[in-house]
Unconditional design. Structure first.
Length: 91
């Protein structure tokens, strides 16, 4: 999940609730928070240094959740996720 903390269309806490629910159910998830991003700034989240300033990532895997850590996701982050989850094998 990618979510801007200044999103005025979809409240940030909605993603927070989803991530927490996935974690409590033992599901795997990654959550990227962007303190300076609003709604619809996906391109900026992946390429704009000002938007990425202060970005954090949390993960949950096998019922264990990491603490928020600095993050700098790129397009490769998204591509790797899609390949992994869609089992494309690099195609």
């Amino acid at each position: 999940m990618f979510h801007g903390e200044r999103d005025q269309l979809v409240p940030y806490h909605q993603s927070r609730l989803l991530f927490d629910k996935l974690a409590s159910a033992g599901k795997d998830a990654r959550f990227f928070s962007f303190p300076h991003a609003r709604h619809g700034t996906y391109l900026e989240m992946l390429s704009d240094a000002d938007t990425q300033r202060g970005a954090r990532q949390e993960t949950t895997r096998d019922g264990r959740t990491t603490r928020p850590a600095p993050a700098h996701p790129t397009w490769q982050t998204v591509i790797s996720f899609l390949r992994s989850e869609l089992h494309t094998g690099g195609r």
